[in-house]
Design a protein around this ligand. Sequence first.
Ligand code: IDC
Length: 310
Amino acid sequence: MKTKYDKYGALHVDRNGKLADHNGTVVALHGYSTHNLSWYPDYVNREFLEYMRDKWHIDCIRLAMYTDEEDGYCVGDDANRQKLKEVVDRGVRFATELGLYVIIDWHILQDSNPLMYKDMALDFFREMSSKYAAYGNVFYEICNEPNVNCTWADIKAYAEEVIPVIRSNDKYAVIFVGTPKWSQRLDEACADPVTVDDNLMYVLHFYADTHRDELRQVYRDAIAKKLPVFVTEFGTCRADGAGDHNASETEEWLKLLDENDTGYMMWNISNRDETSASFVPDCDKYTGGYELSDLREPAAWYKTVLARFM
Ligand code: IDC
C-alpha cells in the first residue's frame, strides 16, 4: 500500500501558502497527536503506528514532547531528557519505516513564552535537525502554544534564532511556528511575518466547542492573505480538553480547512480520563486491535473522518 509519503515525498510551502510536493501538487495531511510523551510513551511503537496507518488512515503523527510539566524536557534531569529523545527517535524511525510524516513538537504550555527555555530549544533543535537532516518526512514544530505574557514579538524573536539553527543542518524541512494566545492569533503573524525563512507554516489550534465563528474568521482572513497555516492540534470538545464532543462545530471547521487544503492533527492519543483522549481509561491496548468500545466518542467519530481521505 502506498502512503502519502511514498506518493509525494518531501513537502515544501508553495507561493500560495500551501504544502506541496516537488511537482507543485498540494497535499493536505491528516493525523493524530500523541499526548505528553513523558506520560504516554507506550503508544510510540511500530505496531501501534502501523495499525493507525492501516486501520485509521492517518498519514502523519505528531510527537508532543512537553517541555515544562512533570517530567518535561526542560524541568526533568538528564536521564529524563535522554529517555524523551529516545521516544522521539523511535517515533521518527517507525514513522519513517511506515511511510508516515512526523512532527517533532516542542510542546510549551505552562512555560507560556518560548524564550523561557530558548537555550535548551536551540540545543534540542540543533541535535534533532542534525540527526534527521536527510529525512524528508520530518517537520519541526518549534513552540506548541505560546500564551500568557508572551507577545508575537517574543515568538518572532525566538523563531528567528531557532530557525537558522535548524537550517544550518536541515535545509528543506517545513517548520511550524506557534502563534500567540494558545496558537490562535494568525492575524499577528500576518501583520509581521518571520523573515529569516519562507519554508514555514503558522500554527492554528482550535477546540470546536469553545472556538467557533470568531476564530474561523481569523483563519479565513489569514488564508485570504495567503498565510501558510497548519493545524497541528485540534479538539472536538472544550479548550481544556474536557466537556462535550461537539461534532457539528467540528464539521464546520473541517469543511473550511478541507476547502483550503489545510492539514490537521487531532489531540490526543492516550487513555487519560478526559473527552479529548482517544481511548477509554480501562483500555490498556498499546499496539492496536481497538474495538468501538475502546474508543471515546471523538475518536470514533474522527476515524470516520479519516476514512474520507482514503
Ligand atoms: C491537556 C491534556 C491534559 C493535561 C493538560 C496539561 O489533555 O490531560 O492535563 O494538557 O498538560 C492544548 C494543549 C494541550 C492540552 C489541550 C487540552 O496544547 O497540551 O492538553 N489543549 O487542554 N491547547 C488547547 C487545548
